[in-house]
Write a protein that binds this ligand. Structure first.
Ligand code: AMP
Length: 176
């Protein structure tokens, strides 16, 4: 991986969205075309010469990175959406959060053809969202070749849920 100081482009907001959480705001990366371009290039790099057949990206900040990666690799983009956004027949998964649950959906038509997929989000915390998305892709017959994100928080032990996958993050934070 080339040398680039991504950390200075990531805004850290204490106590958001609730007390005790340090929020790593990836949207500040978008304010630097250089930093944004670096992230896109790095996420796409292992697949420049093939190996995958589609990108899947998580609602909403994952879309910011998934769409340009799909475009530069010339591959289809599958959207993993929060509940209630998709008009067509969809796969659905409900998974546990720290408090409560969340639900994601993917259009069945988008997964009609099994593909080798790069699954992207902006940040991996517990890994719950990505694990749920990966299980839908697999139910549909696709293969998750890699899970990628700009930011990884390994101290939240996402390995527990994503241990069976190749996971790659561009920058890691190890607690506050
Ligand atoms: P998880 O399912 O726990 O891995 O949570 C991942 C999702 O929640 C990602 O889509 C992130 O956008 C968001 N998220 C969780 N924790 C944080 C955090 N500390 N800072 C910024 N985003 C977060």
């Amino acid at each position: 991986m080339s040398d680039f100081d991504l950390d200075q482009h990531i805004r850290k907001v204490p106590d958001f969205p609730k007390p005790g959480i340090l929020f790593y705001d990836v949207t500040s990366v978008l304010m630097s075309p250089e930093a944004f371009g670096w992230c896109i290039d790095e996420l796409a790099a292992p697949f420049r010469n093939g190996g995958i057949e589609a990108i899947a990206a998580i609602d909403a900040r994952g879309f910011l990175f998934g769409a340009p990666v799909a475009r530069i690799l010339g591959l289809p983009l599958v959207l993993v959406r929060k509940q209630g956004k998709l008009p067509g027949d969809s796969y659905r998964r409900t998974f546990d959060l720290e408090y409560g649950t969340d639900t994601i959906e993917i259009h069945r038509a988008d997964l009609a053809v099994p593909r080798r997929v790069l699954l992207l989000d902006d940040l991996i915390a517990t890994g719950g969202t990505l694990a749920a998305a990966a299980s839908i892709l697999e139910e549909a017959g696709s293969t998750v070749v890699e899970i990628g994100a700009v930011i990884g928080l390994p101290f939240l032990n996402y390995d527990r849920l994503l241990g069976g996958y190749r996971v790659r993050t561009l920058i890691q934070y190890h607690g506050e």
